[in-house]
Design a protein around this ligand. Structure first.
Ligand SMILES: [Zn+2]
Length: 389
């Protein structure tokens, strides 16, 4: 990592060395970062999950109670390497042909390391010159539902001063991403009544009812395509539905008493997904009542991330865009923590080094050139906190 400085290089390597796959704790990484910030005069808040196995870290320098600051935000968790064909150790940085290979290199420990390095540098050399707070936010569980960011907003969203800009450094090849779709994921557990298949009328088929519910999902999918909320910045321009898994039944001669299926919807800004949920619940109620309440249906929503609709005309957004080589504002084809922040009134942009195409892949990499450009952007963004007004 030749032209990055040694702090940047070391911190990126350090962060990558922790296996923070979402199923694991991130606390050793968080403790390591907190130790780096010791004696720098930063205000540090650790915000744990319920089981105290994971934490968000929010570190702030400058006038912490003042609005209008900058938050550099990244997630600490990574996707698994299981079943992927890696040429190198995924938890060790390997540099080759102007790229560094490692799990999390592009998504998104590269950015987190650079942000941490800049935060330390500013704390050491310019802390007293800060007119507005500069914060570093490292979150947990982004990859599995943005639970860390949601917990932070739940606990602190109302009390923390509003920043002018939250910069989420997800890999966007350093383009400003101002919106993305939301995602809501559901499991549906349908419990009927089993019996011998020779007399099906004596039972209640869980599969038959699931078939009816899934049929409605496909009907809604077409409705969204034909006449739903449309936003042509996205491809496809409408909210989508995917029925992902179906499991049910036990034997060929038994009317199935159980069926479980899962589905997700990816919603366009302006569509919360509530319409779909309402329609499904109505359908369940009708089916339950038609069986004299013998049918049981349980709808479990396990991921709720609303669409992100940022404001490219906000002063913080305009400032960020002014720093970019490529000033085209785009929408992201993936979900981030941005909607959790934006909904809390924190102006947010998703923009970071590296390409999303390398994320989640075996032999994930980021180019050193993108890291250098990312470091430069982060440095210029933080300078915003040095200006009064
Ligand atoms: Zn990510």
């Amino acid at each position: 990592m030749s032209t990055l400085n040694s702090t940047q290089t070391t911190l990126i390597k350090d962060l990558i060395s922790f296996d923070t796959t979402s199923i694991h704790s991130n606390l050793t990484l968080i403790t390591h970062v907190a130790n780096q910030l010791d004696d720098l005069g930063a205000k540090i808040t650790l915000n744990h999950n319920k089981g105290k196995t994971k934490a968000n870290l929010l570190a702030t320098i400058g006038p912490a109670d003042t609005a209008g600051g900058i938050i550099l935000s990244g997630h600490t968790d990574t996707v698994p390497v299981t079943g992927q064909d890696w040429r190198t150790n995924p938890y060790e940085v390997t540099e080759e042909n102007g790229k560094i290979f490692a799990r999390g290199s592009v998504d998104m420990k590269g950015f987190c390391g650079l942000a941490l390095a800049q935060f330390i540098e500013t704390a050491k050399t310019q802390s007293r010159l800060l007119h507005k707070p500069l914060s570093l936010l490292l979150t947990y569980d982004e990859e599995v539902g943005c639970f860390g960011a949601k917990n932070l907003i739940h606990q602190y969203g109302a009390v923390l001063p509003k920043p002018e800009l939250v910069l989420i450094g997800e890999p966007t090849s350093l383009k400003a991403n101002i919106a993305h779709k939301g995602i809501r994921c559901f499991n549906v557990h349908v419990k009927g009544h089993g019996c011998h298949s020779s007399n099906p009328d004596a039972g209640i088929s869980a599969i038959e009812h699931s078939h009816q519910f899934i049929g409605l999902l496909y009907q809604l999918r077409e409705e969204f395509r034909q006449s739903g909320v449309s936003d042509t910045r996205f491809s496809p321009s409408f909210s989508t539905i995917n029925v992902a898994t179906v499991n049910g039944g036990s034997a060929i001669n038994v009317v199935p008493d159980e069926c479980v299926f899962s589905f997700e919807t990816r919603t366009i800004p302006g569509d919360t997904g509530d319409y779909l949920v309402h329609k499904m619940k109505r359908c369940f109620e009708q089916a339950i009542s038609a069986t004299g309440a013998k049918l049981k249906v349980n709808l479990d929503e396990y991921v709720t991330t609303f669409p992100f609709a940022g404001d490219e005309h906000h002063s913080g957004s305009q400032f960020l865009i002014s720093l970019l080589d490529d000033k085209e504002v785009v929408v992201a084809p993936f979900c981030t923590e941005a909607s959790a922040f934006q909904e809390n009134g924190w102006n947010t942009i998703v923009c970071g080094p590296g390409s999303i195409e390398q994320a989640h892949q075996p032999n994930e990499f980021i180019t050193i050139q993108q890291l250098e450009r990312g470091a430069n952007l982060i440095e210029r963004v933080t300078q915003r906190c040095l200006t009064a007004g």
